[in-house]
Design a protein around this ligand. Structure first.
Ligand code: UD1
Ligand code: CA
Length: 451
């Protein structure tokens, strides 16, 4: 049977104190919404519906960036989580199968947990994901009788006795789609918040004689983000887990607590990552590559046997083939470096491709931007670019060419040619001591004037 996924993401997140909708705040370089969508994607849903409201356009764009087939419905007024689910009714009517509702501000639900919930549907009409809270705080409480879930009571509406319950609602609910839609249509708002609570569907289901049950997960999975402090906690929790996973997968992290990974970072076995390396989104590091200390990487690919850093920056579109060497204070953006290319020191390579075995001297700059447009630099194979060469793009250097140090290259260089683009040197014998004598005299005169 097909599974539908509904992700609630309409809330503003008042307690974030932000202009940005809550679900667009990032953990591990990705909006909270992407974390929720990734967890849900593990179920292979036939339909994904995102309920947007606050900042709906930006939320919709983020959802489509993740999955362009997902459907967006807009909840104009945030009248509560049941009201939010009800907005998906036009999209879900008649689709059949089960439906899993996730909250966009709860990033860490594991796929295995969602699978366990689907499996529990064999025994219950409605399955709720619960957890035993160390500090139950303001979470909704699950009221159970043995194995049966009778009702969920929101903190605001709970009696003192109910508030002592530590079994809490994570927010994830699973039931068949038709039942879900008919239950949310029945929910009222006569409660302490005047909101339509999704959590009320449990009591309503029980009244219909349906059964409801709880799947229990670890509290770490259900961590919700409502404040900046919780956002920081979520980041820390993600990093702790991602570092442990990398180590488990055979990656060497010299100082794991100083390495920051993104949601989609992929690092191959036997790669070595030095201290203080930051991974932005979209990075793949192949087996056996080495990233030395203090590098910043995003949107790039580093192949087997390549080494990067220390202190290098790889920006989106940097593609390093096998055995490429990128040294200190080098920035690379939108550039393909073929096998064995060396860019050892203090260079900027942007909008370029560099052929196999070429050597780029210290201080080389691809001058790719003329203030209006970006231009491409093409460097052939086995080219030797002298230190301090300015490559004024668009420009092409043929295979086996050489540029003299300090050249400003504005015209194409044919294969095997030497290009020199600099002023000829002038030598004046014996002038240096005379010059210094003149400087000293001038300085002495100035000091005398001042006294
Ligand atoms: C909710 C649960 C509570 C649970 C807790 C777990 C309800 C009524 N309460 O409380 O039992 O313990 O999550 O974290 O469901 N949203 C909409 N439209 C709305 C209201 C909310 O899309 O009209 C979205 C929010 O953007 C958010 C999610 O639903 O992503 C949860 O809403 P939130 O207001 O944070 O619920 P909690 O008070 O945390
Ligand atoms: Ca919440």
């Amino acid at each position: 049977m097909p599974v539908s996924l509904v992700v609630l993401a309409a809330g503003q997140g008042t307690r974030m104190n932000s202009d940005l909708p809550k679900v667009l705040h990032k953990v591990a370089g990705a909006p909270l919404l992407h974390h929720a969508l990734q967890a849900g994607a593990a179920l292979g849903p036939a339909r994904v519906v995102v309920v947007a409201g606050h900042g709906a356009e930006a939320v919709a764009a983020a959802a489509r960036a993740w999955d362009e087939t997902c459907e967006i419905v807009v909840q104009q007024q945030q009248l509560g989580t049941a009201h939010a689910v009800a907005q998906a009714a036009p999209v879900l009517a008649g689709v059949g199968g089960d439906c899993v509702v996730l909250y966009g501000d709860t990033p860490f639900i594991r796929p295995e947990t969602l699978e366990a919930m689907l499996a529990a549907r064999a025994h219950h009409h409605v399955v709720v994901l619960g957890f035993d809270a160390r500090d139950p705080g303001r979470y909704g409480r699950l009221l159970t009788q043995g194995e049966v879930l009778e009702r969920i009571v929101e903190f605001k509406d709970a009696t003192d006795e109910e508030r002592t319950i530590t079994l809490c609602n994570s927010g994830v609910i699973c039931t068949d789609t038709a039942t879900l839609l008919s239950l949310v249509a029945e929910v009222g708002n006569a409660n302490a918040s005047g909101e339509y609570y999704l959590t009320d569907i449990v009591g309503l289901a029980r009244r219909r004689g349906f059964s409801a049950g709880v799947v229990i997960c670890d509290e770490a999975e259900t961590m919700g983000v409502n404040t900046r402090a919780q956002l920081a906690e979520a980041e820390a929790a993600f990093q702790t887990r991602a570092r442990a996973e990398a180590l488990e997968n055979g990656v060497t992290l010299t100082a794991p607590e100083t390495v920051f990974l993104a949601l989609d970072t992929v690092i191959g076995r036997d790669a070595i990552i030095g201290p203080n390396v930051i991974f932005g989104p979209g990075v793949t590091i192949e087996s056996g590559a080495e990233i030395k200390a203090f590098c910043h990487l995003e949107g790039c690919h580093v192949s087997r046997g390549a080494d990067v850093g220390p202190f290098a920056r790889l920006r989106p579109g940097a593609e390093l083939a096998e055995h490429v060497h990128v040294g200190n204070f080098v920035e690379i953006k939108n550039a393909i470096l073929d096998e064995g290319v060396k860019v050892g020191h203090l260079s900027y390579i942007g909008d370029a491709d560099i052929g196999m075995g070429s050597n780029i001297g210290a201080g080389t700059v691809t001058c790719n931007y003329d203030g209006v447009g970006k231009h491409h630099t093409r460097i052939g194979r086995r080219v030797f670019v002298g230190s301090g060469t300015m490559l004024v793009a668009p420009v092409t250097l043929g295979d086996d060419a050489l540029t003299g140090s300090g050249s400003v290259i504005t015209e194409d260089v044919p294969a095997e040619a030497v290009a020199l683009g600099r002023a000829r040197q002038v030598v004046k014998p014996g002038l240096a001591p005379k010059l210094f004598e003149r400087y000293r005299a001038a300085k002495a005169a100035k000091q005398k004037d001042a006294s």
